[in-house]
Design a binder for this molecule. Sequence first.
Ligand code: ADP
Ligand code: MG
Length: 280
Amino acid sequence: METDRRARPLPASPTSKEHTNMEAVLSPVEPGRRHVAQAPAAITAVNLTRRFGEGDTSVHALRGVSLGVASGQLTAVMGPSGSGKSTLMHILAGLDRPSGGSVEIAGTEITTLGDKQLTRLRREHIGFIFQFFNLLPMLTAEENVLLPMELAGVKPDPAWVKELTAKVGLSERLSHRPSELSGGQQQRVAVARALLSRPTVMFADEPTGNLDSTTSAEILELLRDAVSSFGQTTVMVTHDAHAAAIADRILFLADGRIVKDLGPSNAGQILVAMEEVSAL
Ligand code: ADP
Ligand code: MG
């Protein structure tokens, strides 16, 4: 599978671009080096913790995560199962609340918002793509795409709806229900649904986890294209080194902490990093 679609300079040494998460937030960028920290942050998270349950049986899913999600970039999040990837995404997207720490989305601190304000902020600023598509079975593809904006009481620009559904390759399938669509087509519907409001950040949690490799490559191409052609800030959790190879930045979580932070890397470099992280 050909996933490394853009020409990128290789790092001088494999470790030269690693830095700690606080440096990513705080340090000035070295001149002349292309790095995601140059872009302004769409989301800034500081010292996030998340504990599930109380007492002896409680689980520390996040143990102090700080990061800035750069605007107009694709950030991949990798790490072993149970390392806290989904928990981090849900908190960054305002779907879950942290036990401690802060999250700012488009300049608004979300951890202190009430439920109604949070829902409104999510509708305006967040798109989410799930592993199992999460389409409503009784709605057509087009109705699924339009639903979030309908709930928000916003009328989408018909020209944009047309452009977007064509871009994701759904023009001929708009009146089909999810049960009449393949997995790849259902995920295309989910991608269009997430992109329709031009969200500040689009999140994708294992978006290719339920697709074969050819279909995965097509969906990854769509995600990359959204970033490259209209600057869609995107955060994607993935297990797949080929998927992470389309990213501008790759964060590795282990046991609730960011343990590695790479710039653009090829699948081979990512596999090496994954092995290092699982050995921690
Ligand atoms: P990942 O997405 O990296 O596989 P998760 O963020 O789903 O990891 O989970 C991190 C840890 O938190 C795991 O130990 C998981 O069992 C635990 N966890 C996640 N969600 C809940 C929950 N709702 N209740 C209790 N424990 C949870
Ligand atoms: Mg997960």
